[in-house]
Structures are given as structure tokens and as C-alpha cells.
Design a protein around this ligand. Sequence first.
Ligand code: IPE
Ligand code: IPE
Ligand code: MG
Length: 255
Amino acid sequence: MTQLPRHVAIIMDGNGRWAQSQGVPRAAGHRAGLKPTRMSIQECARRGIEALTLFAFSSENWNRPADEVSSLMNLFVDSLDREIDELHASRVRVRFIGDRKQLAVRLQTRIAAAEQRTGDNDGLRLQIAMSYGGRWDIVQAAQELARQCSSGSIRPADIDEARFAAHMQLAGVPEVDLMIRTGGEQRISNFLLWHAAYAELYFSAMLWPQFDVAELEAALSFFAGRERRFGLTQAQLSDPAGRSDPAGQPGRAGQ
Ligand code: IPE
Ligand code: IPE
Ligand code: MG
């Protein structure tokens, strides 16, 4: 049986360059990104992958030209309106991660409605990262823990990795096993910093609008071929009795 990731995260990059190659506006590139997005959700659900997290808009993307930001926000509103029935029918549970207070109220309203409507679904757990930054996520968890310390409900010594993870946006979602980035860049661009600790990284030269089932399969078979050691030696992996802490997988605490 091939090893399947429980949680796949994708940095959907390259829409702008794809648009340029086609001689169309950047906004058209973002629209063309919908098809691979839909495909990735369907394929992950069909294969029984538990969780999929998509990077749609970063904390830093707010600094793009205003017309690009507003065309992206309109696209998010329209796509949510258009896709939510089908997502719900496929039993997908949709959640948004990121600083949603920064988003327009009409988008916030749809986000809340989508989360509420699909909250009890038992299919794929889909997280959409919007106005999300890995640093922001760590800072907001730290702030919440600091509040709990100052109110006296916990002591600083009570803060361990499990408690910290429980205050991050992906609390309760399995650890990221496979992180895919399209568009040819080999960087994380402030995506899931905490969660990338032991993720396998797959960089694809394809621009996001070109991403297809075959490339998703290539990423999954790359993953299936990895030996994940979590800091142990190869000998320990082949003889689990040799482990001093058989359950010990760093970063898995609290997940
Ligand atoms: C990714 O594509 C989508 C977002 C960041 C919102 P880009 O818009 O970054 O495309 P490139 O990298 O300029 O080609
Ligand atoms: C990362 O892509 C963010 C998303 C895909 C949403 P960027 O295009 O913003 O990243 P950089 O600027 O190339 O690092
Ligand atoms: Mg980019």
C-alpha cells in the first residue's frame, strides 16, 4: 500500500506569470486558478486524504496594487457563492484560517456562513488560508497564551508545544505531511511556518493554472517515496523496539 499523506497543503503560485504568458490581465490568471483548485479539492476528497489547506492570499499580498487586491477579493466572494453548494454536497468541511478581520464584511459574512453550513460534514477538511501569514499565526497564539497567563488561568511553565499548537489556526487538524508549491519558486513565503516543521516539500515548475491531476499524482508519489525519520536514525525506524520513545514524533504533540 502506498503511503498517503493525511494532510496536504498547497501554495498556489504562478497565476500572474501564467496570465502574462497568455497575454491576459493578472486577474484572468487568478480566475484560471479556480479549475486546479476545484480539481485538487475533488481529488483529495476522492483519495481519502483527510485534510487539504490552500494558500489563497497571504498577509503580504495586501501590499499588491489595489486593483489586483480588489479583483482577488471579488473572485473569493463569487467563487464561494458558486462553489459552496457543491462543496457541501460532497460533504467537505470548509474552514478559513487567517486574519479575517482584515477582509471585507461581505466576505466575512460568506466565510462565516460557509463554515457554519459545512461544519458538521464528515468528508475532506478543507482549510482556505486568506489574509494568512505563518508569523501572524504564531503571534496570535502567543498573544492568547499571554492573556491566559496574565489572567492567571495558566502559568508560563504550562506552555508546551501541544498547548501552543492548540492555539494556532490549524488546531485539531492533523500535522501537514506534504506541502506543494507550484510556480517554480522554492520558498515558503510565510505560509505554515510552525506546521512545515516535518512536512515533505514538493516544488513544481508548473504555474498554478496548469496544475492538473497528473502533477498532483506526481506530488503524491514523491511523498510515497519519502522515508520520514522525524529525527531518528534509519536503524531505529526499521526496528521500532530500538526507539527510546516509540510514540515520540516531534511536533505531533496535541495534533
Ligand atoms: C498566486 O499567484 C496567487 C496569489 C498570490 C494571490 P501570483 O499572483 O503570485 O502569480 P505570480 O507569482 O505573480 O506568477
Ligand atoms: C505566496 O505567493 C502566496 C500565495 C500563493 C497565496 P507569493 O507570490 O505571494 O509569494 P512570493 O512573493 O513569490 O514569495
Ligand atoms: Mg507569486
